[in-house]
Ligand binder design. Sequence first.
Ligand code: NAD
Ligand code: MN
Length: 365
Amino acid sequence: MSEATVLALAGDGIGPEVVAAGLAVLTAVAAKAGLGVRVEEDLIGGAAFDRYGTFCRDETVAKAKAADAVLVGAVGGPKWDRLDIKGTPMEKDGLMRLRKELDVFAGLRPARSYAPLLARTPFRPALVDGADVMVLRELCGGSPFGEPRGIRALPSGGEEGFDSNRYTTAEIERVARVGFELARRRQGRLASVDKANVMESGALWRRVVAEVGNSEFPDVALNHLYADNAAYQLIRDPKAFDVILADNIFGDLLSDLAAVFAGSLGMLPSASLHRLPPAGGRSGPGIYEPVHGSAPDIAGKGVANPLGTILSVAMLLDYGLGRPDLARRVEGAVERTLGEGVLPADLGGTARSADVTRAVLAHLA
Ligand code: NAD
Ligand code: MN
């Protein structure tokens, strides 16, 4: 009997390659633990557009809502990025639709250093050894969704492109609470990022985060940083950070930046949740995916780093299926794989995706 259902949406580019690796690990760890997991597969992104004329079908949304967790590869590529499709962000991007439909506003993007990869980073090892940061990115608001938006012709000639970075009190409060809660479960420190000095949405962000902190989480050390300074400090001294709370755009930038001390963008996992799971429970349907995109430059070559997706499977086991014990087993297998020097090209090695996945599977035992 199945105790859990996982919807796998491989997507485009290297998506199918890394999702295959993730599913192999999920299936193996579940079998060893006697956990029944039913995997359903569907299309998203360009793959869905080519087949159905839409980037994410209603049926796919329904399947995602009914699942315990959704594992996604990546979406997009030059073929579809070039199409001039009119519509809302949700009509133009299958993943954005899925995030909005599941209301997974809390994007957890952990980045840590790995001892065997220290020499692969551009930093002095002592600077990054032990770095362990959780970027919490707001995922359902801000300028990626805000209206009005568009490109319009100007009477004076030329055009104007415009976006709206909108955040309501309620949107800020709910993501701030997740940030404070995460900090409580970690080292008790939260750095909130904004541009309150030049943006009204940033001024409200800063005020609301401070109010939530004062009234509900006085035990968490809260610090406000301007986003530009946050980017600088994150690279100058990553170990100074515990949880970083940021809006949709700043969180996107800062999580790619944090990938530098993890060794590669290919290492970073994510969990996009509607809520943190209660103790011993499940979060409800969330999206688990690597932070990287579809990497068209290396797609189909069998060299993509599958570890970001495999570590996303660990987050899926932890938050989605309520099995932190199995999550730690997967993370341990990844660490032992790195430790024995089975490294893909982005980490300076020569291992192919399949070699890396095989090594992780072997270390699961
Ligand atoms: P990208 O993350 O796909 O690639 C950036 C660089 O990192 C490339 O050099 C790529 O080869 C490398 N890289 C990424 N993942 C890797 C992995 N697992 N192993 C080894 N190397 C890896 O970003 P991009 O090139 O800016 O975007 C490509 C496409 O992906 C675009 O269509 C973009 O819209 C889309 N995208 C999708 C997502 C998503 O699905 N969540 C996120 C970002 C970008
Ligand atoms: Mn990104």
